[in-house]
Write a protein that binds this ligand. Structure first.
Ligand code: NAD
Length: 515
């Protein structure tokens, strides 16, 4: 296999008429398919259940996007068994063949690009560009991991020792569990499944309850690409029920999780306990929340800083783990920066995702409640500079909201809101800015707008986050370009889309033969 060198899939902007027309057509076609039902997939077999997961459109919650079967413990057991059965042969596939299969899946996804974007618009309320960025990222994960996995096939170099033939090589772990969030329901799910699978593992995948239909579409792609039965198993269900069961299961070899800190901590604890009959220590990968800060100092290009702040805080309604939720600005330019941020944010359109606004709805009734709660808290903790309200109507729409004069230890400056709410923290100087930026329990993304070389270099060393950006927005990490993952309670820093990611799902075996 001689793959083309990896480069990120360009993200469609829909500024020219052709892709825009294709998107409108895809939206019409997908709309005609709303309400369909999708079964579980266990060992290649379609399995239905009496209970259903119902996925609705957050722009219009009365509209059912689709339903899936809802797995319980018995289906989870069967899925893990199927994954182990498939592992026996999948692990023996030549790496080139496995990589070729991932490339094939990337081609199928590329062919269905507009359609997948349309599903994201309906199921989770992304506007066209946000949806396009996500589908491009999913394609990137497939291509990047296909290529990265080839490098492990040669084994690891060891030092020659007289009288012996020594070698070290990599073998996969076994059958693992993937548990995904709703905010990148295609890309993160795809990457968390196909990373481990690329290097010979098999998985049982539990998508988030709110985004089971796009997950079913991903499994259609795997099927079309020819992924063998049992290598990937589709198991939608309740997190606290089937997710928890899978994590505790003695047959689970590893857990690949992306989601909230609260659930991640529970998973970490459960997976650490030895279940009866369990033969290994489970490997657990946890990519969790953030309280991402953007520093603007008095030397910065203030217009660029305001633009980057608004993009980072309000893109996909602030529901990215990388979203800017704290603007940390030096007093001298604070009024000017806040004014510009507020002016730009005020112009953002909010509405049904189908109409391609700047901001669609938040994802669910649960998200709506969380955002409402923090808007109330914010009234006491800051000075409302913009927004602060839910919009009329059934869709979960909120105004972009900015609270100014927020203390660094306020709840809205410390707790992850995961919505379109920005807290502005004013600081006397850059030293204080760095201290505030590092003053949370998270450490996912961060940014600095400054023209001072000294300060940028200081931030490079001292701003303790997994993904740091200078003079640009802090969202939109690209696979292979910005390996993604956080420090502290933001997670185990697996660096999805990074050159070492696949090593997490391999173990090294050393073999010595005496001459
Ligand atoms: P969540 O933790 O509520 O749910 C994530 C998944 O865990 C879902 O599939 C859910 O069903 C499942 N789950 C729930 N309870 C469980 C349990 N007891 N045992 C096993 N599984 C269980 O998170 P969410 O609301 O879907 O996603 C938003 C969160 O994800 C935010 O905190 C965000 O910052 C984070 N996130 C992090 C990254 C990253 O790379 N660091 C990326 C995206 C999202």
């Amino acid at each position: 296999m001689t793959p083309e060198p990896y480069r990120p899939e360009p993200v469609e902007t829909f500024l020219s008429p052709e892709p825009l027309a294709a998107m409108h057509k895809a939206l019409v076609e997908v709309k005609a398919q709303l309400g369909r039902h999708y079964p579980l997939i266990i060992g290649g077999e379609k399995v239905d259940t009496a209970r259903k997961v119902v996925s609705t459109n957050p722009s219009d919650p009365a509209q059912v996007v689709g339903t899936t079967a809802m797995a319980s413990a018995s289906e989870a057991d069967a899925a893990l068994e199927a994954a182990w059965k498939a592992f026996a042969s999948w692990k023996k596939w030549p790496q080139e063949d496995r990589s070729r299969l991932l490339m094939k899946a990337a081609h199928v996804m590329k062919r269905r690009q507009r359609e997948l974007e349309a599903w994201l618009v309906y199921e989770i309320g992304k506007n066209y560009v946000e949806a396009a960025a996500e589908v491009a990222e999913a394609i990137d994960f497939l291509r990047y991991y296909a290529i990265q996995s080839l490098k492990y096939a040669a084994g690891a170099p060891v030092t020659h020792f007289p009288g012996e033939d020594n070698e070290a090589f990599y073998i996969p772990l076994g059958a693992g569990v993937v548990i995904a969030p709703w905010n990148f329901p295609l890309a993160i799910l795809c990457g968390m499944i196909m990373g481990p699978v690329a290097v010979g593992n098999t998985v049982v995948a539990k998508p988030a309850e709110d985004t089971v239909v796009i997950a079913a579409k991903l499994f259609e792609i795997f099927e079309e690409a020819g992924v063998p039965a049992g290598v990937v198993n589709f198991l939608p269900g309740e997190g606290s029920e089937v997710g928890a069961h899978l994590v505790a299961h003695p047959k689970t070899r590893f857990v690949n999780f992306t989601g909230s800190l609260e659930v991640g901590l529970r998973i970490n604890e459960t997976a650490a306990r030895l279940a009866p009959g369990q033969l290994w220590l489970k490997r657990v990968f946890l990519e969790l929340g953030g309280k991402d800060g953007l520093i603007v100092d008095e030397t910065a290009d203030l217009e660029a800083a305001a633009l980057g702040t608004v993009q980072s805080a309000f893109g996909f309604q602030g529901q990215k783990c990388s979203a800017a939720s704290r603007l940390i600005v030096v007093d001298k330019v604070a009024d000017l920066v806040v004014e510009r941020v507020v002016e730009r944010a005020r112009q953002l359109s909010v509405g049904p995702a189908e109409e391609n606004p700047d901001m669609g709805p938040v994802a669910s009734a649960q998200q709506e409640n969380t955002v409402r709660k923090y808007l109330d808290i914010g009234q006491d903790e800051g000075k409302l500079a913009l927004g602060g309200h839910r919009l009329e109507g059934s869709g979960y729409f909120f105004e972009p909201t900015v609270f100014d004069h927020v203390a660094p230890d306020a709840r809205i400056a410390q707790e992850e809101i995961f919505g379109p709410v920005l807290s502005v923290i004013r600081v006397p100087d850059f030293d204080a800015a760095l201290e505030v930026a590092n003053g949370t329990r998270f450490g996912l993304t961060g940014g600095v707008y400054s023209r001072s070389r000294d300060r940028l270099e200081r931030a490079r060393r001292e701003f303790h986050v997994g993904n740091l950006y200078f003079n640009r927005k802090i969202t939109g990490a690209l696979v292979g370009v910005q390996p993604f993952g956080g420090f502290n309670l933001s997670g185990t820093d697996t660096k999805a889309g990074g050159p070492d990611y696949l090593l997490n799902f391999l173990q090294m075996k050393s073999v010595t033969e005496r001459y």
